[in-house]
Design a protein around this ligand. Structure first.
Ligand code: URA
Length: 242
């Protein structure tokens, strides 16, 4: 494996990669997964209704108005501890939309998604697909950082959901990649473990955009042996661009 692509694949921990012939059970979730311990954590708590006063008309906003509305949002308690909202970044007409969980400390400081160590790995994942960050759109389920990076709570997800939903509608991506258990369960409104959600193509939103689930880059930093599965997920996504 040589050249730039080889270097990116190697950053993903993949020394030699060959596309496998489709399995007889293709489309079915794998029966077992070594990450089941991490994946078996409970899903997001049930969501209360979105406070409609704060979100009135979000579904009709254009990009500029939306980008102004998010930093002014006080719909949930996270606005009290944030330094910056993290709206999202990239090409607003991108084919690919990558959705993470929530900003971390670096993202809260800079207002940009995926700028820490996990972000560097995400950049390598994109490069392995011959994509640069500016060619895709990157956003999170939550626009504000949960204190101490704790798991987002149900009411926080409910409050933020209209913003991401509007971004998806405006971008009209041809593929959404849900990064990690939390983004996957939130977008798909599922409590299934990530081991059962990855490995197949789901649908999201008003026009049934294809959605593929893979591991969060932060999880891959802790579990590099799973990078191979992530590469398989990204290839599945590339084959199923809507
Ligand atoms: N993790 C996420 O899920 N999103 C970010 O923006 C950074 C880290």
């Amino acid at each position: 494996m040589t050249g730039a692509r080889g270097q990116y694949l190697s950053a993903l921990g993949i020394r030699r990669w060959r596309q496998r012939a489709p399995r007889a059970d293709a489309g079915q979730p794998p029966a077992t997964d070594s990450s089941a311990g991490a994946a078996a954590r409970p899903g997001p708590a049930p969501r209360p209704e979105v406070p409609t006063a704060t979100h009135a008309g979000v579904e009709r906003l254009g990009w500029e108005e939306l980008a102004e509305r998010v930093p002014a949002c006080t719909a949930c308690e996270l606005h009290r501890s944030r330094h910056n909202t993290v709206f999202g970044t990239g090409d607003v007409r991108a084919d690919w939309l990558f959705v993470g969980e929530a900003p971390g400390a670096e993202e809260d400081r800079t207002g940009e998604p995926f700028v820490g160590r996990a972000g560097q790995l995400l950049t390598a994942m994109l490069a392995a697909l011959d994509l640069e960050r500016g060619q895709v759109y990157i956003a999170n389920v939550l626009k504000c950082r949960p204190p101490e990076n704790r798991d987002p709570m149900g009411d926080e997800v409910a409050c933020c959901e209209p913003y991401l939903h509007r971004q998806v509608t405006l971008i009209e991506p041809r593929m959404i990649i849900a990064l990690g258990r939390f983004a996957a369960q939130s977008l798909l409104k599922s409590s299934e473990p990530i081991s059962r959600l990855r490995g197949r193509v789901h649908r999201y939103g008003p026009y049934d955009c294809p959605l593929v689930v893979t591991y969060h880059p932060a999880y891959l930093l802790r579990n590099p042996a799973e990078k191979r599965k992530t590469w398989a997920d990204l290839c599945l996504a590339r084959e199923n661009l809507g």
